[in-house]
Design a protein around this ligand. Structure first.
Ligand code: XUL
Length: 531
């Protein structure tokens, strides 16, 4: 039996998944989740992040908390009875775009981790910046504008890097840090993404990036899979030497550091570059062939799918990333995911059963009532000012409000994923809210497609474990094709196959143009607020 370990460091939690493989005998043998707020109250996060007073636009998280979570998870793994010495390879998935700033001397600190003391006691001087801006941050509009200008405009930047400039993308974040705190920037030895920071802790050395997560920075030449010198120059001084190298997603970074071996009993497992959570979910949902569509219903909602060649989103709101399976993936991200669903649930004092009942008790199309669910500034479509917009919607009616938020999310996902796959027969779903059949039913009806939920709870950390398997076999000279890597793991579980109701699908086919027009109006109002 060979075992492989995958992590997922998401916005709100750290998950670990261990898989066991012996030929066609394959199973998940361990899955555990640590919620940051509950497990690490000393860091003061809410939903895993710290929101500043500037109208909620600055959103960060303490990277020391992610390190503490990795340490705690290793202890949980060691106490689980699993024989950690048999794990052959480990990698992970992490929330995308967030950056971690390590100070001069970081390489020596990573190399010298002492197995007799907890990780957090040893990383006090590791950071040149104690907080990491995360994907929810939208405080860098000015930096995006100047960066875009230097790069020759939106279209040129999107052609080069796969995306036009976005507030949460790392180039704008680095630019802001370098100009607002040049002293700390000068003392920064390495700027990691969350993914390569976590991999560095495991490897005991600065880990590389791979093209999947590196393409969420606006800094990588997407077709060459190398840093773009022009983008580096347009961002901050001497950036090239501060960034990790970009390696293929399946290269071996090294063996897991002595810290983890001595403290927790790991064997000589190899460490593989971590990727972003969306690229990892692509693998964990088994989306290998172009045309397939996946939806992740997490803190953010995302719609994504593999594509053969970089495509172009005519609305300019989507992204093209590298796929960890090689090739490319297309993605559209919505900031108002689970936080918006929770906001409505909590406003009306419901639990998730009550939320689901509200969906069952209201008609498809909500009698023409509509909401734009922008509780926080939205990424897709770009909306700068938080605040829901309503049409014919009675805020005093909890059931209608619940249906309005879910229908709005599903219709926005459909409208803004047409450039990825105009028509998908099947949509694969993952993320916390994918456990809710009534939410999946609305998505199935709006997409007029069958929605299937993969069997595991967390497709991103399963995707990481599968990537560890793929890379280890390749390193051993016994490569396994991707279809065989995912076989037996990513198939849907029978009870979570949701078919569209033709009558409801017809309602949404009529409603989609009306929602599109409503959304466009609301965007114009938002633009007017900016003056
Ligand atoms: C994708 C994005 C989010 C984060 C969430 O572009 O910003 O989905 O990766 O973890």
């Amino acid at each position: 039996m060979a075992t492989y370990l995958g992590f997922d460091a998401s916005t709100q939690s750290l998950t670990a998944t261990v898989i066991e493989i012996a030929g066609h005998d394959r199973r998940i043998v361990f899955e555990h989740v640590l919620e940051f707020d509950a497990a690490f109250p000393e860091y003061g996060t809410t939903h895993g992040v710290l929101v500043s007073g500037d109208d909620g636009r600055t959103v960060t998280a303490p990277p020391a908390m992610w390190a503490a979570a990795l340490d705690r998870m290793a202890a949980v793994l060691a106490a689980s009875g699993l024989d950690l010495s048999r794990i052959r390879a480990v990698t992970g998935s992490a929330q995308q775009h967030g950056s971690v700033y390590l100070a001069t001397g970081a390489a020596a600190t990573l190399r010298g981790l002492d197995a007799t003391r907890p990780l957090t006691e040893q990383i006090g001087a590791l950071f040149s910046r104690t907080v990491s801006p995360v994907w929810m941050d939208c405080s860098t509009t000015a930096e995006c504008a100047s960066f875009t200008k230097a790069m020759g405009g939106d279209a040129a930047l999107a052609r080069l890097t796969g995306s036009r400039a976005y507030e949460r993308f790392t180039a704008a974040q680095i630019r802001k840090f370098a100009s607002t705190d040049p002293v700390a920037y000068a003392h920064t030895e390495r700027i990691h993404l969350v993914s390569s920071f976590m991999a560095s802790l495991l490897a005991g050395r600065h880990a590389p990036l791979e093209p999947g997560d590196a393409s969420g920075m606006n800094l990588m030449d997407l077709s060459a899979r190398r840093w773009s010198p022009a983008a580096l120059d347009a961002t901050s001084p001497d950036l090239g030497r501060r960034l990790p190298p970009i390696h293929d997603a399946w290269t071996v970074t090294g063996e897991i550091a002595p810290y983890w071996r001595r403290r927790y009993g790991f064997g000589p497992a190899i460490v593989i570059p971590w990727s972003g959570d969306n690229p990892s979910s692509l693998i964990g949902l088994g989306l290998i062939a172009p045309g397939a569509l996946g939806i992740s219903l997490g803190t953010s909602d995302t719609v994504f799918g593999p594509i053969a060649q970089p495509a172009h989103d005519p609305d300019g709101a989507g992204h093209v990333f590298g796929s960890p399976a090689g090739g490319y993936m297309a993605l559209t991200c919505f900031a108002n995911g689970s936080l918006a669903r929770e906001r409505v649930r909590d406003t009306y004092g419901l639990d998730w059963d009550g939320f689901a009942a509200a969906l069952r008790n209201t008609p498809a199309g909500n009698g023409g009532a509509m909401m734009a669910p922008w509780f926080v500034p939205e990424i897709t479509p770009p909306v700068a000012h938080a605040g829901t917009r309503r049409h014919n919607l009675d805020g005093a009616d909890p059931s209608r409000m619940v249906r309005a938020v879910v229908e709005a999310q599903a219709m926005a996902m459909r409208l803004h994923s047409r450039w990825i796959a105009p028509r998908a027969d099947t949509v694969r779903a993952t993320g916390g809210a994918a456990a809710n059949r009534d939410i999946l039913q609305v998505i199935a009806d709006v997409f007029d497609a069958e929605v299937v939920r993969g069997a595991p709870r967390n497709a991103a950390s399963l995707g990481a474990a599968l990537r560890a398997y793929h890379a280890e076999r390749r390193a051993e000279g016994d490569p396994v094709a991707w279809d065989d890597v995912i076989a037996g793991f990513t198939g849907p579980s029978a009870e979570t196959r949701v078919r569209p109701d033709p009558r409801h699908a017809a309602v949404y086919a009529d409603l989609l143009p009306a929602y599109e027009a409503f959304e466009a109006r609301a965007r114009r109002e938002d633009a007017a607020l900016s003056g």
